[in-house]
Design a protein. Structure first.
Length: 424
């Protein structure tokens, strides 16, 4: 009914008020954050009655109707504003100032006088900042409560297959050459260890193959259990990739990796972004790519796991893929990715698993300077393509978040990676 008042439907609102009783007239909204797309938030102040909304829209007839039905003009919204104050601001900044709504709401003996545009703008900016801070604090609290509940569910209802995988990387889990290099320190040693095919892009062996096998089995084991038990959290991305949030017990692994490997590498390889990384801003997720991953309408297909952490179907006993249909139909169903930058300061892309017959699905990189990197997806200006098919399991690529890249179409086989975004 509040929106009917705000939209200029006083007769409709009057009928709703008569049906709902006096309490409806003074019902208050809540602070709200709306999102248009992925990155355009709209903040709406709460604590407002229909009278606030009508006043903010300069709806004189609606204000008069609400007052006649017992609406209380002294109620404050969550920013401490009365309907009169909102009406005064709106009426003051109209092309032709109109304070008729403010006059209808003014306290006894108060004659409304127009405010300057600067005063109105300053008030609104101050309220907007306060509203954003309040919503952010509320969301942080709600997210923390949700994580605590999910962590409790994880500890209560899940028995890890490889518990040590989650405890953080031991020295024996890391590649021996990497451990030695990190122990010795020095820019020359690290840069000699890392392959540096183009500026800002480095590849190196991060984990042993044995650790990656255990990691893959643990992730697959958890996801298969969570699919069967609704009590377990199952955070998924838009492409059905598992998000390795703290509620899944991967915090020690990510925190240890950050401390022992990522931070030392970033300090030596990227001095311009070598500020201390905050673990609260690490985002890690699983990505799997196989032939026919996407349906004809572009939606990612769901694929379960076996108890060994392998896909449930599509492979023979030796791990080679079995792909039906013609090459043309298989390629048409493959993932088509766009060139993009990551929402991170530094990205680490770890190859956890691949079939022996993997073909395609490399990562193509472009120059990371926007002025020489157009937004199109043409390949003729690509500077390098990293091949997962030629890389060993446990190898990783590290690059800055603004390095534009795109995953190429997979032609055969499957691969599984863990993408880690580190933010300062």
């Amino acid at each position: 009914y509040q929106r009917r008042v705000q939209g200029g439907w006083p007769e409709c609102s009057a009928l709703l008020l008569e049906a709902g009783g006096p309490a409806l007239a003074n019902m208050q909204t809540k602070d709200t954050r709306l999102s248009l797309g992925q990155s355009f938030p709209i903040y709406v102040c709460g604590g407002r009655t229909a009278l606030h909304l009508a006043a903010e829209d300069n709806e004189l007839e609606g204000v008069q109707m609400l007052l006649s039905k017992g609406a209380d003009p002294t109620i404050l919204d969550n920013e401490g504003c009365t309907a009169y104050e909102l009406a005064l601001e709106v009426g003051s900044i109209r092309k032709q100032p109109d304070l008729s709504v403010a006059a209808a709401l003014a306290p006894a003996g108060v004659v409304p006088l127009p405010l300057s545009a600067d005063v109105v703008a300053e008030r609104r900016l101050r309220r907007e900042k306060s509203l954003r801070d309040r919503i952010a604090a509320s969301q942080e609290w709600a997210e923390r409560e949700a994580v605590e509940q999910e962590q409790l569910a994880f500890r209560t209802h899940y028995q890890p297959l490889h518990a040590k995988v989650r405890e953080g990387p031991a020295a024996t889990d890391l590649d021996p050459a990497l451990v030695s290099s990190l122990a010795e320190g020095g820019d020359c040693v690290l840069k000699a260890l890392c392959s540096n095919p183009v500026d800002g892009l480095y590849s190196f062996q991060l984990f042993t193959e044995q650790f990656c096998v255990a990691l893959r089995e643990e992730i697959g084991h958890y996801q298969s259990k969570a699919e069967a038990d609704v009590r377990l959290p199952l955070p998924l991305r838009h492409d059905n990739g598992l998000i390795l949030t703290s509620c899944l017990g991967f915090t020690p692994l990510l925190q240890g990796l950050l401390r022992t490997v990522v931070q030392p590498l970033v300090t030596r390889l990227y001095p311009s972004v070598s500020k201390e990384l905050n673990f609260d801003n690490v985002h890690a997720f699983v990505t799997r790519n196989w032939v026919g991953r996407f349906s004809a309408d572009g939606e990612p297909k769901w694929r379960g796991w076996s108890t060994q952490g392998l896909p449930l179907a599509g492979y023979d006993q030796d791990g080679h893929s079995i792909s039906g249909g013609t090459e043309e139909t298989r390629r048409a169903a493959n993932a088509q990715f766009k060139r993009h930058c990551d929402q991170a300061d530094v990205t680490v892309n770890l190859l956890v698993y691949r079939t022996p017959d993997l073909k395609g699905s490399g990562v193509r990189f472009w120059n990371d300077h926007p002025d020489v990197c157009p937004d199109g997806d043409a390949d003729d200006d690509a500077i390098f393509e990293y091949s997962h098919a030629e890389a060993a399991v446990g190898s990783a690529v590290i690059h800055t978040g603004n390095h534009r890249h795109r995953t190429q179409v997979i032609e055969q086989g499957e691969r599984m990676n863990i993408i880690m975004w580190f933010r300062t």
